[in-house]
Design a protein around this ligand. Structure first.
Ligand SMILES: Cc1cc2nc3c(=O)[nH]c(=O)nc-3n(C[C@H](O)[C@H](O)[C@H](O)COP(=O)(O)OP(=O)(O)OC[C@H]3O[C@@H](n4cnc5c(N)ncnc54)[C@H](O)[C@@H]3O)c2cc1C
Ligand code: FES
Length: 285
């Protein structure tokens, strides 16, 4: 008799809300640090940067959220959540110590093996910086840093109060093995010491070469729309432009057909795609 040892993919792992950080001055974006109730569950949950999970709140439902922590950070998972609707509003009202569910990890990841030996350009906007944070922390981990070339980051938000992970941004700014280009659409503080301008414009100014490089973009559709031609102009081929999609989802495992773009299920075949692949698909994202 063959007994399947595969875990039921609809079953969430129980996790405890260990810490909540309010990220933005409008208080609408918070980072939740979650710890597994069981050590076995923690060992079983193996993720890579770019993957997401369904967060479930009892009696309210579940929603897909990118995993903001790197697999090199052990003992907890981080999710940075914008208060958007039913589930995320209830998540925002939860307090430390409460229990919720995490179903995953789901989807594919950024192509880390293909990225080895290359220069990496990370481009993010607004609260979509979450899986980019996971990627950056992964690339910068002492055991990984040597496997990658130069690392450049362009990260923008509406203003300085809307930037995520402020303490980490400062720490990355201070490192000499990464080029940070933080920008805001408009600075509120006259003492703002970084860039002012939209992400595509700052990308054009600061990223001068596409040689041996891979660019990863994650952000609002408008930012992605205007950043793609800039990357093309710098010389990035479509195969070297990697994007993460956020289509509406239900099951997260390729069963319900809610999220597809042409023949691809964003939840299972994605959410990470090269621009070359997206160019072959209908514009349903
Ligand atoms: C792969 C993936 C990764 C994501 N990562 C993050 C993340 O790291 N942080 C984060 O805050 N959000 C993320 N999202 C978006 C998040 O899933 C939605 O905001 C969430 O589903 C809203 O759930 P809700 O029950 O609170 O809102 P609902 O009550 O379901 O909806 C509230 C509003 O949000 C809209 N909405 C719901 N889903 C989406 C969506 N996918 N795209 C755009 N609008 C939507 C609804 O139409 C409605 O207007 C991600 C989505 C996907 C697919
Ligand atoms: S969300 Fe069900 S198939 Fe993708």
């Amino acid at each position: 008799m063959i007994v399947s040892l595969m875990r039921n993919p609809y079953l969430p792992y129980p996790v405890r809300l260990d810490q909540i950080v309010i990220e933005t001055e409008d208080r609408n974006i918070k980072t939740f640090r979650l710890v597994f109730l069981s050590q076995e569950d923690e060992k079983e949950f193996r993720h890579l940067p770019g993957q997401f999970a369904e967060l479930s709140v009892a009696g309210k439902g579940e929603c897909p959220i990118g995993i903001a922590s790197s697999p090199t950070e052990t003992g907890y998972l981080l999710f940075t959540v914008n208060k958007a609707g039913v589930v995320t509003k209830h998540l925002h009202n939860m307090t430390e110590g409460e229990v919720l569910g995490v179903r995953g990890p789901l989807g594919n990841c950024y192509p880390l093996e293909r990225m080895e030996g290359k220069n990496i350009v990370i481009i993010g906007g607004g609260f979509a910086f979450t899986t980019l944070r996971a990627t950056l922390v992964y690339l910068l981990a002492p055991e990984n840093r040597k496997r990658f070339g130069e690392i450049s980051v362009v990260y923008g938000a509406r203003n300085e109060g809307m930037l995520l992970y402020k303490n980490e941004l400062e720490a990355w700014e201070a490192r000499d093995d990464i080029r940070m280009h933080i920008t805001v659409d408009a600075a509120k503080d006259p003492g703002w010491k970084y860039n002012v301008g939209f992400v595509p414009a700052i990308t054009e100014k600061k990223i001068t070469s596409a040689a041996e490089s891979v660019a990863i973009i994650c952000g609002p559709p408008i930012m992605i729309k205007f950043t793609q031609p800039v990357l093309k102009k710098i010389g990035f081929p479509s195969e070297a432009i990697i994007m993460s999609l956020e289509n509406r989802m239900k099951c997260g495992i390729g069963m319900c057909g809610r999220c597809n773009v042409g023949t691809e299920y964003v939840c299972k075949d994605g959410p990470v795609f090269t621009l070359a692949r997206l160019d072959e698909l209908p514009r349903e994202y």
